[in-house]
Design a protein around this ligand. Structure first.
Ligand code: 4AD
Ligand code: MG
Length: 439
């Protein structure tokens, strides 16, 4: 196996071929497709940055090179050296007129072929499926979304202060914790949310965000649930629920408009209807929980006032608008202990969920936080949470407590919505769900 390109020749990535018109370059990649017309072989090579057509003419290369081409199969690894030639008919607008080609490894029976495969088969072969054009486009958009997330907060003076993953207590209720032994200290849990630590960080830095993997031992087998997912959580001191909603809508607008601007080729591969994303601009409609319940009733849903909105309810509400909708003031009974109550209607919380359009449902959950020491102790008791692991959290209310708010945005649900996908399993490189922890 050689594969080492001639070091005197410039190596180029396919996405940058336009910089090398009429020059000799070497590309290194994998065979995507191939056809031949006797004296000419056309090999589509992908290198992760794009796809280039390599033209191998019998009279332009050594005979053994031409015969190597015959042995090449889908996903064989190759290096190709040749002249870059502008050709509007070629994918990407440039082709390579090959002078030399070597096979680094010839793949045998690549399991994913252009024919239809079932999704379980594809998920079992996720390590290879990532090479396919659809999956490739999704993961590139995910990357763009994550860049947009960081850029948004970084440009607004937020400091990244990451929260720990191994934690001594629950954040979002004890029913969905993954637990593990932690040396002599008893049990530790994989975090469900970095929020409590983000609150501490906000008291130190004013405006912060944490961004990392979070874990829910959810028995939910829906198109919106993973057991491991990535969440970005801003937390802001001196901010109330309205400030939180202002931040959330500006944030989502930024993400969607950035992807529209920067990921056009990928959205095209996914055949995404852009007219569904273009209207995602501020202001977003804001619905009180009571109004949301009215909409459900008008749509014939037999909804019990006081319940949380289920996936199907969210779908109905989000289908009423051409952009995300913010539902606020959920009943306390269906929300977490840390949410501050509405002083005028204490059975409701100062909370907000942002529901993505087209029926995608909740992508953000957030709230103003309970900042009063005595009230917070009461909430811990009401929720049967032990006080000791929360002592440090109570300190934030003992020493300079201030009104503060934040939210969490789930990256995978956001990617699913922006890409127009059925299921979140394709939005993360290697999905973890109740029935899957491989590959
Ligand atoms: O609404 P959640 O549970 O809120 C929190 O965890 C808060 N502590 C966040 C905060 O205020 N800092 O989760 C927030 C978001 C959801 O809106 C959803 O996008 C995503 O995280 N999410 C999931 N994504 C995939 N699979 C799951 N099982 C998810 N659970 C929540
Ligand atoms: Mg939620």
């Amino acid at each position: 196996m050689s594969g080492q390109a001639d070091s005197s020749v410039t190596k180029a990535r396919i996405e940058s071929l336009s910089n090398f018109n009429d020059q000799i370059v070497t590309i290194q990649g994998w065979v995507y497709n191939k056809r031949s017309s006797g004296k000419i072989q056309f090999i589509l090579v992908r290198d992760g940055s794009g796809i280039a057509q390599c033209v191998i003419a019998k009279n332009a290369v050594a005979p053994e090179v031409f015969s190597i081409c015959d042995s090449l199969t889908q996903e064989s690894s190759v290096t190709v050296t040749g002249k870059v030639h502008k050709d509007d008919r070629a994918p990407g607008g440039y082709e390579i007129q090959a002078e030399d080609l070597s096979a680094v490894q010839v793949a045998k029976d690549y399991p994913i072929t252009p024919k239809e495969h079932g999704v379980e088969f594809l998920m079992d072969h996720r390590h290879l499926w990532l090479r396919s054009s659809h999956q490739h486009a999704i993961i590139r958009i995910r990357h763009q979304i994550i860049k947009a997330v960081r850029e948004f907060f970084d440009n607004k003076g937020f400091i990244l202060v990451d929260s720990p993953i191994l934690t001594p207590a629950s954040v979002e209720g004890t029913s969905t914790l993954f637990e593990t032994e932690y040396f002599d200290l008893g049990k530790a849990y994989l975090t469900q949310s970095g929020q409590l630590y983000a609150e501490a960080s906000a008291m130190a830095f004013g405006k912060v965000y944490c961004f990392g993997p979070t874990f829910r031992a959810e028995k939910s087998k829906t198109r919106r649930h993973l057991t491991e997912f990535w969440m970005v959580e801003p937390e802001v001191a001196w901010a109330d629920l309205n400030d939180d909603m202002d931040l959330a809508e500006e944030f989502i607008e930024h993400i969607v408009q950035t992807v529209l601007m920067k990921s056009e080729p990928e959205l095209k591969v996914l055949e995404r209807d852009l007219t569904k994303l273009q209207p995602v601009k501020r202001p977003f409609p804001r619905l009180h929980y009571d109004e949301a319940v009215e909409i459900l009733k008008k749509n014939g849903v037999d909804f019990q006032y006081g319940n949380d909105l289920g996936g199907a309810d969210e779908t109905i509400i989000s289908q009423q608008y051409d952009r995300p909708v913010m539902v606020h003031h959920y009943p306390a009974a269906c929300k977490a202990f840390y949410m501050k109550r509405d002083p005028l209607r204490p059975e409701l919380t100062l909370s907000v969920d942002v529901l993505a359009s087209e029926g995608y449902g909740e992508i953000i959950g957030g709230s103003q936080r309970e900042d009063d020491y005595d009230t917070l102790i009461k909430r811990l008791e009401e929720n049967n949470l032990p006080r000791q692991p929360f002592e440090w959290y109570l300190d934030l209310r003992r020493y300079g407590s201030v009104p503060h708010s934040g939210f969490g945005l789930g990256i995978e649900r956001t990617v699913a919505w922006v890409c127009g996908l059925e299921h979140v399993r394709e939005t993360i490189p290697f999905a973890r769900m109740i029935y899957r922890n491989t590959p």
